[in-house]
Design a protein around this ligand. Sequence first.
Ligand code: RIB
Ligand code: CA
Length: 325
Amino acid sequence: MTLTTATNAQAAPKIDLIIDTDPGADDVVALLFALASPDELNVRALTTVAGNVRLDKTSRNARLAREWAGREEVPVYAGAPRPLMRTPIYAEDIHGKEGLSGIAVHEPRKGLAKGSAITYLIDTLKSAEPHSITIAMLGPQTNLALALIQEPGIVQGIKEVVVMGGAHFNGGNITPVAEFNLFADPQAAEVVLNSGVKLTYLPLDVTHKILTSEAHLNQIAALNNNASRLVGSILNEYIKGDMEHYGLPGGPVHDATVVAYLLKPQLFSGRSVNVVVDSREGLTFGQTIVDWYDGLKAPKNAFWVESGDAQGFFDLLTERLARLK
Ligand code: RIB
Ligand code: CA
């Protein structure tokens, strides 16, 4: 069984995109990255969820990201304030109390769009052209799960769901086996996995291979614009935890790899696998069990990205940040 490199996006038509997010340091980098790429990504809306921090702060930070990107026409809809079933958990130790350590936050000019993210997802996906809308999931999958439970027919409007989450080859980041987004709402991930949508996962397996370095941070800093200064301040703070925890020379920019995958999938490779999420209480709660060698001969329900080109990622991120103010 060979690794397949994702298809070349150069010839691909513009992607109609909804970004579901829990900003969060790496989420904000991903949002700036995506909003700086209007030729390839038609970002229809940002939908926010509780995760790294509480919903009021993830929603404020999403509004900040669109303001910093000069894209205030993109609506932000607030979604689920808590997971489907488990007790809420947050990651303030990593992202700071405001969800954006290293940055002075303020109340953004433009407010939230009216209505909940779940209603927006249902209304948009039900009326969309068949399989026309891509959803990037950068946090716990609660919003999409609630929309699928309420209106299973929204699958018709979904082209693909691209998830930052999960872990297989080298363990978890919130427990020895679980990654935060899955651990924060495994039942929601199960609903999405069982919905039959086309699903791509960018797990820690790949995000831990795309690490910052002094050279990468210098290449961003050399842009010397507001966006690069923001990203530099965010990343310098954000990567400290992972560098210490894993003893790594740099830190991952998890959520931004989803945007790079959408823009340039040829930077990545993986294979179609069967994935199951463990939602039972206990040591393996939130673990993604990946049948990488197809031992079970179970249906392959996700494309699991296992490696990526770090320099290619940082070159692309830098090129797009250069377009912002
Ligand atoms: O495990 C990393 C993921 O959890 C990222 O999406 C980060 O923002 C947090 O939500
Ligand atoms: Ca996130």
